[in-house]
Design a protein around this ligand. Structure first.
Ligand SMILES: NC(=O)c1ccc[n+]([C@@H]2O[C@H](COP(=O)([O-])OP(=O)(O)OC[C@H]3O[C@@H](n4cnc5c(N)ncnc54)[C@H](O)[C@@H]3O)[C@@H](O)[C@H]2O)c1
Ligand SMILES: [Zn+2]
Length: 355
């Protein structure tokens, strides 16, 4: 019998994350105690629907929930207004009320879209996260950040809304294509860099496939701690954006052809290299980070020129006036926010791109 670990996230209100093999098959019973009697609208993408939608709906129905479902086309390019509008119109047509619930079944794209829809439908209804990718398991399903992309940039419209519960079924990881699994490894390694040697050494000395439930639990515990201290990202939570300023720029330059995790990996490696070259980071940090990323089939650089990346990054929401806040990895377990004039971003990226 495989065990199920639970982690309590102490936000207001608090919620529980359950991690284990097969938890989706029992999601109905697990959610009943949290949600009580209500309707559940399961929102999922076209790939995940084929694999897991029937089992989830069946479990929810057998626990007494009234269930409806909506499927949108998979992919980051669909994390947009058109898809959001489709979800909202579906919720309205299905006559979901304020006491009902949305279930986001899928990866980070589904979680962001369905979570945002729940945050704005009727000015906010409950939602639960049922992550099916490693990325959504280790990162996006916890913390309550939801968003869609705009033509002007990534995640530019969104809301904070904590889920009512998170059920993370490690069996889902078995059907992930290797590149999608690697996307999750990028966020997990980022968490390791932020967290410290204890977590980072697991990536340095082992592989993520050794004990995925343990890795997921440790990443979630780390993220939950940060979110509990800074739910609305006014300070410390911004550290979780490590690798993301350049990562988002890479995604944007590629027209979202480079997936989020791969872009974050490259952004993390470039930022670490820049930090070391500029004397901000301990010698050797960037090589350790790059080695972990490479071991997981992730990129440690990009072919986009520094000028294009700086331009894309400066259009990003992390800019405020004439300065931008970047996350500097000084050592494993020691990253810092650094506010730099926008004119300094190009030389920083240039330093990080030099191999
Ligand atoms: N809100 C947050 O805090 C937060 C944090 C990190 C990332 N994100 C967002 O998450 C998104 C990336 O998430 P992602 O990497 O999960 O991408 P994704 O949701 O697009 O999933 C990747 C692909 O895997 C497929 N898939 C999902 N589960 C599967 C399974 N079990 N088996 C086989 N295929 C499966 C999907 O259909 C999709 O094609 C980005 O948009 C990023 O901005 C949000
Ligand atoms: Zn991310």
């Amino acid at each position: 019998m495989s065990s199920v670990q639970t982690i309590e996230v102490h936000t207001a209100p608090a919620y529980e994350v359950a991690i284990g093999a097969g938890v989706l098959k029992t999601c109905g019973a697990r959610l009943k105690s949290v949600l009580g009697d209500c309707r559940i609208a399961v929102v999922t993408d076209s790939n995940v629907a084929l694999r897991y939608l029937d089992a989830v709906c069946e479990s929810l129905r057998s626990a007494g929930f009234s269930v409806c479902s909506h499927v949108f086309p998979a992919g980051e390019l669909n994390k947009n207004f058109t898809t959001l509008s489709g979800i909202l119109e579906f919720l309205a047509a299905a006559q979901l009320t304020r006491t009902d619930c949305v279930a986001a079944l899928g990866g980070g794209v589904t979680g962001d879209m369905a979570g945002f829809a729940a945050a704005v439908y009727l000015r906010g209804i409950r939602y639960v996260q049922l992550p099916t990718t490693l990325l959504s398991a280790v990162d996006s399903s916890v913390g309550g950040k939801t968003a869609i992309d705009l033509a002007a940039g990534k995640n530019l419209a969104g809301a904070f809304l904590q889920p009512a519960a998170v059920l993370c079924d490690t069996d889902c990881l078995k059907s992930l294509p290797a590149a999608v699994f690697a996307d999750g490894a990028a966020e997990a390694i980022k968490t390791g860099v932020l967290s410290g040697e204890a977590l980072f050494s697991l990536f340095e000395n082992g592989t993520l496939t050794d004990a995925p439930a343990e890795i997921i639990a440790r990443c979630i515990r780390c993220k939950a701690g940060v979110v509990e201290r800074d739910e609305k990202e006014r300070g410390e939570r911004r550290l979780l954006n490590l690798g993301h300023t350049i990562g988002h720029a890479i995604e944007k330059c590629s027209g979202y052809a480079v997936p989020h995790g791969h872009a974050v990996a490259a952004g993390l490696a470039v930022m670490a290299r820049a930090s070391e070259r500029l004397g901000w980071a301990e010698p050797g940090v960037s090589a350790r980070i790059a080695a972990c990323l490479e071991k997981n089939g992730l990129p440690t650089g990009t072919d986009y020129p520094a000028e294009a990346l700086a331009r894309a990054a400066l259009a990003d929401k992390k800019r405020s006036g004439e300065s931008i806040t970047i996350v500097v990895p000084r050592r494993i377990g020691g990253s810092e926010l650094k506010r730099v004039p926008v004119t300094e971003l190009l030389p920083i990226i240039t330093a990080g791109l030099e191999v």
